[in-house]
Design a protein around this ligand. Structure first.
Ligand code: 4AD
Ligand code: MG
Length: 476
């Protein structure tokens, strides 16, 4: 008999018919009631087992997370909590689980512990909800850009340039660690390496996306990016996914409008299509916060936060306004900020969170940052001190998007590169884009995991990517 997915049965139950299902046992009560889940949705279907009809040996194998194949009759349920159930007629154990040795137990387990068991954690309700939503968000990204006439550009993962000038890159080489050929002065002879030059894993697809934008008009990238920054925080990964739209003829205002419209679309999409998952995650947070003091709890529930963010315009301020606001804030006056607030210094997470969570109580877009704390490609403003950069800051997360209008004026760009010691030879192709048919253009990067974090309410970024890469961790 053909197998039917559980989601399908629950959506369109044909009563008193034979059904065949396969899945994993989420619970087995009173040697009689199996809650079976096959991954097709969050829901389980109840399977009723008359244990006298089956060998004891088989019943004993029906334990937590054992995998079963079941044939039976679908009937209206007599019990509470479900409308239909399957009366089991044939049960086959496809994979048993020795519960004494199984790393997962049918009880609450800490996120830290589950991270070490990443090969099993997707079987929990929490992680299955998170990864369903992650999929939905990825799909919504492509849908948004496709529906709006953008082209998906695959930018390279191995690159010879450091787009952000951050210098925190993973080297790609075929040399053995201690046997790289050297030049007379002792430095490594990269001419003999695979690509004939030093190469790294990319930190951003932006510079190549600019090539696309100046030909196809509107492009976006969506791929993995890599940063070897040693930040052990709940917001940083060494390998994360980024979405980078790049649009010809856009200025910084258009860029901010696009960013706001895009993230609101993603949230609306999730609200529309992932209701059960969001409700589950919302309740999970409420349960977690039950024993917390009021000031430690989130100001709003998950669903409430998501609905709130899409309903209202984001606040928009300049960096200079942000600094003024921060310097007249209570925590500043009471010396509560760990990092200094001074014009010219970068805003730290604590400052961003104050702006979003205390001052505006909604997402904030900060623009026009001092040129010295931003990348070389950002367009110089007329004041000569700031650049047309913008960051989108979210409650509970901080920066989710960083973007800018790009410097399209060749002379300004080359003098910025000189100031920052970026050799022109390395980026001759990038400069060519300004020499031949150049155009104003703008774009941004959305950190995909930070977005998934926001939508799912997960506290740690390691819990929204299946196999996190962080300093010291690359097991799975
Ligand atoms: O602000 P960033 O560094 O911007 C760029 O890379 C630009 N080239 C984007 C562009 O204009 N096309 O990174 C963009 C976003 C950040 O706002 C943040 O959400 C995320 O990427 N991000 C990280 N996410 C997880 N782990 C990290 N280590 C991250 N670093 C940045
Ligand atoms: Mg940034």
């Amino acid at each position: 008999m053909k197998r039917t997915e559980i989601a399908q049965i629950l959506k369109d139950p044909s009563l008193d018919q034979k059904v065949h299902v396969k899945g994993w046992v989420r619970a087995f009560r009173s040697n009689r009631f199996i809650a079976l889940n096959d991954g097709s949705s969050m829901a389980t279907i109840q399977v009723v087992v008359d244990f006298e009809q089956f060998p004891e040996e088989l019943i004993r194998q029906i334990s937590f997370h054992a995998c079963l194949s079941i044939t039976g009759t679908l009937v209206e349920s007599q019990g509470k909590g479900q409308t239909v159930e399957i009366l089991a007629e044939e049960i086959e154990v496809l994979g048993s689980t020795d519960l004494d040795k199984y790393p997962l137990q049918p009880k609450k387990q800490s996120m830290e512990y589950l991270r070490e068991k990443a090969h099993f954690r997707m079987r929990t309700n929490t992680f299955s909800a998170v990864f369903r939503i992650r999929h939905g968000l990825a799909y919504a990204v492509h849908k948004y850009y496709n529906d709006n006439g953008y082209y998906y550009l695959h930018t390279p993962i191995i690159t010879g340039s450091d787009a952000e000038g951050a210098g925190e890159m993973f080297r790609v080489t075929t040399f053995e660690a201690n046997q790289a050929p050297t030049l007379e002065d002792g430095s490594v002879d990269y001419k003999q390496d695979f690509f004939g030059k030093p190469t790294n894993l990319t930190v951003s697809g932006q510079l190549q996306a600019e090539i696309g934008a100046l030909a196809l008009g509107k492009v976006y990238t969506f791929g993995p990016t890599f940063r070897a920054e040693n930040s052990n925080t709940s917001r940083h990964l060494a390998e994360f996914w980024m979405i980078e739209p790049e649009v010809a003829f856009y200025d910084i205002q258009d860029d901010m409008d696009l960013a706001e419209d895009f993230v609101k679309y993603l949230i609306n999409y999730t609200l529309e299509h992932y209701g059960p998952e969001l409700e589950f995650l919302d309740k999970r947070i409420q349960d977690m916060e039950k024993n917390m003091k009021k000031e430690e709890r989130r100001p709003m529930g998950l669903l409430e936060t998501l609905r709130f963010v899409v309903a209202d315009d984001f606040a928009r301020i300049t960096y200079s306004e942000a600094v003024d606001l921060l310097r007249s804030s209570k925590p500043y006056k009471k010396n509560k900020f760990q990092y200094p607030v001074e014009w010219g210094k970068d805003l730290q997470a604590e400052h961003e969170r104050w702006l979003v969570e205390k001052k505006f109580k909604k997402p904030v877009i900060v623009r026009d940052y001092p040129k010295d704390i931003k990348a070389f490609y950002m367009r110089m403003n007329d004041d000569g001190k700031t650049v047309a950069a913008m960051d989108v800051l979210f409650p509970g997360i901080g920066e989710v998007i960083g973007g800018s209008q790009r410097e399209e004026r060749l002379d300004v760009l080359t003098s910025r590169m000189a100031e920052m010691d970026i050799p022109e030879e390395e980026l001759s192709w990038y400069l060519d884009l300004r020499k031949f048919g150049g155009a104003p253009h703008a774009g941004f990067g959305l950190g995909f995991e930070r977005m998934v974090q926001f939508v799912t309410g997960m506290g740690n970024i390691r819990d929204v990517i299946a196999f996190p890469r962080t300093p010291g961790n690359a097991t799975f």
